[in-house]
Design a protein around this ligand. Structure first.
Ligand SMILES: O=C(O)CCC(=O)C(=O)O
Length: 302
């Protein structure tokens, strides 16, 4: 659906100005839109999951651990596919105000793709380098978008999500290095051609939602603060966008329609898309990739 067609549908949550902002800039921050009840449920679920991680000494397909993680002082980079590990996360992804907001941006028929919870732990939670999402998980069109919920307040020192305005309408960059290895981020040369100094810092109080289109160049700094920055990320698309490569973060809910109806016809955008390596053999996370950890180093022993 073209932006004009999406905008012609009555909005459920967002103002028309917010929707237009998203289409123009490729990102949007919706401040404090998730209520305290949802926040309490999601924080409790997250505490349970962090407790589960205490027993681990190395990353596995669910928990991506920072070096230095211990039972007494857990340090998590990511909980992979939270919707598959605690019912509250799927309830939020499918029943809250979130899918209604997504419908305001992709049209009334909304499909779920995957989820992750990026913790960015206090005092050191790692940088996420400038990258574009869609070449991790290509789709037949560019409607996919990611919605991040700040479970607690996020200020500038905590490594907020940053998005470079307008880059969703620009080039798709290679995320392979010169030797043909997937690095999952833009090269230093390509970063120079992107006005990263104009990046918007998406800070906000707990309950705020960051939204970024799958083509927009985005990233985040390390977390220098004493407080963590758990950001619950859910990825959706218009129902008529179909992925054609293996999902790097497979989910039992992939492809579920969370608003409206399934599509009978795929919509194909004519703009080409770089394809990633074949993820069907396993993938850890963009953190491990960008910090150059090898999959063999982090997967659980057989
Ligand atoms: O957690 C972050 O700061 C980055 C998240 C991100 O890059 C993504 O969801 O694509």
């Amino acid at each position: 659906m073209l932006p004009e067609e999406v905008l012609a549908h009555e909005p459920r949550v967002l103002t028309q100005a917010q929707r237009e902002f998203y289409f123009e800039h490729g990102y949007l921050l919706v401040e404090a839109v998730v209520d305290d009840d949802w926040l309490a449920r999601l924080r409790a679920a997250t505490e349970e999951m962090v407790d589960r991680s205490r027993a681990l000494t190395r990353s596995d397909r669910i928990f991506d651990l920072e070096p230095g993680h211990t039972a007494d002082e857990p340090r998590l980079r990511r909980l992979t596919s939270p919707v598959d590990h605690h019912p509250e996360y799927w309830a939020f992804a499918s029943e809250s105000v979130l899918p209604d907001i997504m419908a305001d941006l992709v049209g009334p028929d909304v499909k779920f793709h995957h989820s992750k919870l990026n913790f960015k732990w206090a005092k050191g939670g790692e940088e996420v380098k400038w990258h574009q999402d869609i070449t991790y998980w290509p789709h037949t069109n560019y409607s996919p978008l990611t919605a991040g919920l700040y479970l607690y307040d996020c200020g500038p020192e905590q490594g907020p999500l940053m998005a470079v305005p307008g880059t969703h309408d620009g080039e798709l960059f290679s995320q392979y290095d010169d030797a043909g290895n997937w690095v999952g981020c833009l090269s230093d040369t390509d970063v120079k051609s992107v006005p990263v100094e104009t990046a918007a810092e998406l800070t906000g109080p707990a309950g705020s939602i960051t939204i970024h289109n799958c083509r927009v160049v985005h990233g985040s700094r390390p977390n220098q603060a004493d407080l963590g920055r758990p950001l619950l990320l859910n990825v959706y698309s218009a129902a008529d966008a179909f992925s054609y490569t293996a999902n790097p973060l497979p989910s039992s809910h992939e492809g579920e329609i969370v608003r409206g109806e399934p599509a009978l016809w795929a919509h194909h955008d004519p703009r080409p898309c770089l394809v990633p390596p074949d993820w069907s053999g396993g993938y850890t996370s963009l953190f491990a990739l960008q910090q150059k950890e090898k999959w063999e180093d982090v997967q659980p022993s057989a």
